[in-house]
Design a binder for this molecule. Sequence first.
Ligand code: GLN
Length: 196
Amino acid sequence: MTTIGVLALQGAVREHIRAIESVGAKAVAIKYKEELEDLDGLVLPGGESTTMRKLIDRYDMMPALRLFATSGKPMFGTCAGLILLANNIVDYKEPHVGVMGVEVERNSFGRQVDSFEVLLNLKGIGAEFPAVFIRAPHIVNVGEGVDVLGKYEGRIVLARDGQFLGCSFHPELTEDTRIMKYFVNMVKESKHSVLA
Ligand code: GLN
């Protein structure tokens, strides 16, 4: 059984749990660093990145999250979760977890239009994916070897850097499970390579 955790300090936790279960994997809400040990992959949900960072520090989870990344296990960040993973944030001196080779800018689709939905064609995932943006970041720059999987109005909104998948929008708020299926496949493939 493939077991995927959802960092459950703040944000859209329940929706991710439901999406993971609907593609046939086991989902666990993670509140303590010790719980990271038994997972095959981890989702960092949307919410508010600065609030989540404060809670990560309060519960002393940062070293365990970085260790999880070093172990090679897949991590999927949506919206605020993408901001947590990015190794560069525009106008910030330091990243948060800082493990994915992308630079992100927060709240980059304008404050007037806080949230909207569009259909996007995504590489490796398929056509017309309903993408819900809520005060979303976008990826300004990608490092070497990062695969750009989706763009909206010329801005990168979905990318993969090896074991890391990052998304500006909220796939868990729709019934379309194709991105979660893609992530669960990443997790299954990495389990095979660990066993081999
Ligand atoms: N604007 C939020 C942030 O900067 C992200 C919004 C979201 O996750 N929906 O953390």
